[in-house]
Structure formats: structure tokens, C-alpha cells
Ligand binder design. Structure first.
Ligand code: SF4
Length: 455
């Protein structure tokens, strides 16, 4: 039996819920007379100007409250579980799963294998659809939720079963067809494994995926991440430069084909492929509005565009450097992958701000192994070990993606404060836009941020 009553954990100060004298410990029983299964139902029924909420107080008394509000206005209730339900774990055992390749002894929550469509809508997680019922699909269609991010990996049903180690993994396509027919926006990803779903299999998958256009707005192809902890796991090999060139050629061929018909490039190689192949990144227009940035698709191109925009906008400050011309010596640590690219951006910044001296340090990932080259998987211990004794200047800049979910803590539980004290340096966490990058490097506050221009 599903639990359809939801304990309130917290009331946001100044919210409608506080005005109504709702309190932590109360229980939400229904909205508009409907039982609430989870956060999908809650948001759907709450999106109204007039709602009736039934709440049970701890002494058993029930309050029926008629509430007038703005259409999408939130009541300000925090529930004990943010999904208003148990998190659904995955039913697969993928041959490339990153969690299986993590060392023992890390924080418990990092080992949780979620595959919950609700997290796809709320946080952009990718889901395999293997544990999604028809009832879930019905609700997504009924509430017209979207976009949903789907891990396809291949369109060959037998191969999908083998890759996900799940004999039902090849059954998802009718579900995708239903979502596409209902116009639910989707994005797809393919984690590419050498000798498994690349080559002809990739060509086949890309061809088949076009049938879901235009509901399926984009498909990213990302290389499998391989750590040094693969003992006993499926033998997977890393891609080399020639492989990367082949993958890019295949994707760019499909982009041209699809663009002619749909005015959409649709399939995208993640940044890693271009860096590995030593090829220049696609121009901004080819990313169709950067639909899969969080998946490392177009991040570096966007960073470049924003950096150049930010520099152009602050042209009148040019040549002043920080503090009216004072030399600003700072450092930045990043993964092996992005470091060369950040150096190019630094050269651009130096043309306008010659007083800035930025030391860029690429940090080898000794924790997970040297094949992991992205900054988002670097740990505090690798940073400390490899930055000790280096020239760090007055501040150390670190990209925000090195921290766990915006907490001040790295993947290995070392905190920013601990790192600061070990290296005796002030750390500045840099948000991901080029505007933030220019601001952090120059030390000169931005006159206006990009978002403000966009508003
Ligand atoms: S779906 Fe596959 S990759 Fe994702 S957590 Fe489950 S086993 Fe790992």
C-alpha cells in the first residue's frame, strides 16, 4: 500500500503555510480531495489559484483550508522526504556503472543507485526507464511533465539488456513512443563503451533515435568513465585519440543530416571527445541552446562565449587590473581535461588585464585513477597533495562542481575549510559561467551579471 499522507518537516518563514498556522509535525492528507502519491501529484494539484488542503494536526484534529494564491505559488511546506515518497533504486547492473567503480569507505549516500524519474524532472538526473510503470507514464502524460532525461545507451534491445544486465531493459521503447506521441519533451544520452555500443551500433542507435524527433530534443554521446577500481568488473577499455575522432565524425555526419530536415543538430558529442581528439569545439549555434550542459556538452564553448562577452562588456575597465593596477597573483586548480582550455581563456583575459598572474594547476586524479580527468571528480586529498608547496598567490580558485551538491565539502568529505588550513590559502569557489570566471580571475566585480541581461 502506498503512503499518501505526508508528514511536514518544516514551514518556510513568511510563507502562506506559516500564515495558516501549519506547523512541523502536521500531516498533509489531501489536496482538492485527492490523495497525494508523491511530489508529481503535489505540484500538479498545487498549481492552481484556489486549492483546498486537508491537514491533520498531531492531536488528530483535521483542518480543511481553502487557500487563494497565485497560480504557481508554493505554500512553503517542506516535507520529510523531498520526493514525498521513497527514492527508487535502479534495477540494473550496468557494465559501466560508476558507482561500482568507487573505492570502499566513501560516504554511504554516494553508493545509492537511484533511477527515479521524479529526480529526472526535479534535478535533471538521467533515468533508464527500466523501473518505470505504465502508471508513471500515464501521470507524466496527464500532467504534461518534462523534460525527462533518458539513458538510452543503445537502441538495440538485446544489446541494451546486456549493457544494463537487465533482461527487461530492451522493453522501454514502447514507453518512449508513448511519451513522444504525447509530446513530452525528452533528452537522451548514450554512454559509449569501446567495442560495445560504438561503431555500427552507434550509427544504428542514432538513426533509430531520430524517430522520436521532435519530442526528443537532443541526444548526447559521452565516453564511459573508467576508474582504477574495476577489478572483477566487465573489461572496458578507454578511448584513444583516433577513437575520439571517429566518434566526432560519426556525430557530425548525423548533425548535418538531421539539421537539413529538422533545423536541429540533435546529437552532440560531449566536450571530452573534442579535447581527447585535439579538435576545436563546435561553434555555439551547433549546441541548439545547450540542452545538456550538465552532462558536459557545450560547457567549454559556453564558458568561452561568456568569457568573451564579459570581457567585451567591461572593455572600459581594460588595462586597470584589480585595485587600480595592482598585480593580482592567484591560482586555479582544475582537472587534466579542461586545464589547457582554461589557459587559452586566461590568455584572453590577460590581454585586457595584464596585471593578473594566474597559475593554472591541472590536478591528476589519483583517488579514482588517472583516466578520470574531469574537475567534478577531484577530491580534497588530491588537491592538498598536489598543491602543497606550489605558488598559490593570494587566492586559490576552485570550480563549484568540485563540491558535493553545493555543500562546502569535496567528494572525500574534506571540507573547504580543511583545505584552506592545510594549504594556508583563501579559497574562492567559482560558479560555472564565464562571467563568474572573469570576475574571479580579475578580482573586479561585474557591473551586471549575464542573467540580469537576460531578464
Ligand atoms: S542505472 Fe546503471 S549506471 Fe545507473 S546507477 Fe543503475 S547500474 Fe549504475
Amino acid at each position: 500500500m502506498r503512503n499518501t499522507e505526508h508528514k511536514i518537516k518544516e514551514i518556510i518563514p513568511g510563507s502562506i503555510a506559516e500564515e495558516l498556522e501549519l506547523e512541523a509535525g502536521d500531516t498533509l492528507v489531501s489536496v482538492n480531495g485527492q490523495e497525494i502519491e508523491d511530489v508529481f501529484d503535489y505540484h500538479y494539484y498545487m498549481n492552481d489559484e484556489l486549492v483546498t488542503v486537508l491537514v491533520r494536526k498531531p492531536d488528530g484534529e483535521e483542518w480543511e483550508l481553502e487557500i487563494e494564491k497565485e497560480y504557481e505559488e508554493d505554500l512553503g511546506i517542506v516535507f520529510e522526504s523531498s520526493l514525498m515518497d521513497e527514492y527508487r533504486s535502479c534495477r540494473n547492473k550496468c557494465i559501466f556503472c560508476f558507482i561500482d567503480q568507487m573505492p570502499k569507505g566513501m560516504r554511504e549516500t554516494l553508493y545509492f543507485k537511484d533511477d527515479d524519474s521524479r529526480l529526472s524532472f526535479l534535478q535533471g538526473n538521467y533515468v533508464t526507464l527500466t523501473n518505470m510503470s505504465d502508471h508513471d507514464i500515464d501521470r507524466i502524460i496527464r500532467y504534461h511533465l518534462g523534460p525527462i532525461n533518458i539513458s538510452f545507451h543503445t537502441m538495440n534491445p538485446q544489446l541494451r539488456c546486456r549493457m544494463l544486465n537487465n533482461r527487461f531493459a530492451g522493453d522501454i521503447f514502447p514507453k518512449v513512443e508513448r511519451l513522444a506521441a504525447a509530446g513530452i519533451e525528452m533528452n537522451g544520452q548514450i554512454v559509449l563503451c569501446k567495442g560495445v555500443n560504438d561503431g555500427e551500433e552507434l550509427e544504428y542507435s542514432l538513426e533509430q533515435l531520430t524517430q522520436y524527433l521532435p519530442a526528443l530534443r537532443s541526444v548526447s554521446v559521452v565516453p564511459v568513465g573508467l576508474t582504477k577500481f574495476r577489478e572483477g568488473l566487465y573489461p572496458l577499455e578507454p578511448f584513444d585519440q583516433e577513437d575520439a575522432k571517429g566518434v566526432i565524425d560519426c556525430i557530425e555526419r548525423w548533425q548535418k543530416k538531421i539539421y537539413d530536415r529538422y533545423r536541429l543538430h540533435f546529437v552532440h558529442a560531449s566536450d571530452e571527445w573534442y579535447l581527447l581528439a585535439g579538435r576545436s569545439l563546435p561553434e555555439a549555434e551547433r549546441y541548439d541552446g545547450y540542452l545538456q550542459l550538465e552532462n558536459g556538452v557545450g560547457m567549454l564553448r559556453l564558458l568561452h562565449e561568456e568569457t568573451m562577452e564579459a570581457l567585451a562588456e567591461r572593455a572600459e575597465d581594460a588595462g586597470q587590473g584589480s585595485d587600480g593596477g595592482r598585480v593580482r597573483e592567484i591560482s586555479l586548480a582544475t582537472g587534466m581535461l579542461a586545464a589547457p582550455y582554461l589557459r587559452l581563456l586566461y590568455e584572453e583575459i590577460r590581454k585586457e588585464y595584464p596585471q593578473v598572474r594566474l597559475h593554472i594547476y591541472e590536478i591528476e586524479n589519483r583517488f579514482f585513477g588517472e583516466r578520470i580527468t574531469v574537475s567534478g571528480l577531484l577530491t580534497g586529498q588530491d588537491l592538498i597533495a598536489q598543491l602543497e608547496g606550489r605558488a598559490l598567490g593570494e587566492e586559490l580558485l576552485l570550480p563549484v562542481n568540485m563540491l558535493r551538491s553545493r555543500e562546502e565539502v569535496f567528494l572525500d568529505d574534506i571540507t573547504v575549510k580543511e583545505l584552506e588550513s592545510a594549504l594556508q590559502i583563501k579559497v574562492r569557489i567559482v560558479e560555472s559561467s564565464g562571467y563568474d570566471f572573469v570576475e574571479a580571475v580579475t578580482g573586479v566585480p561585474l557591473p551586471r551579471k549575464k542573467e540580469e541581461f537576460d531578464e
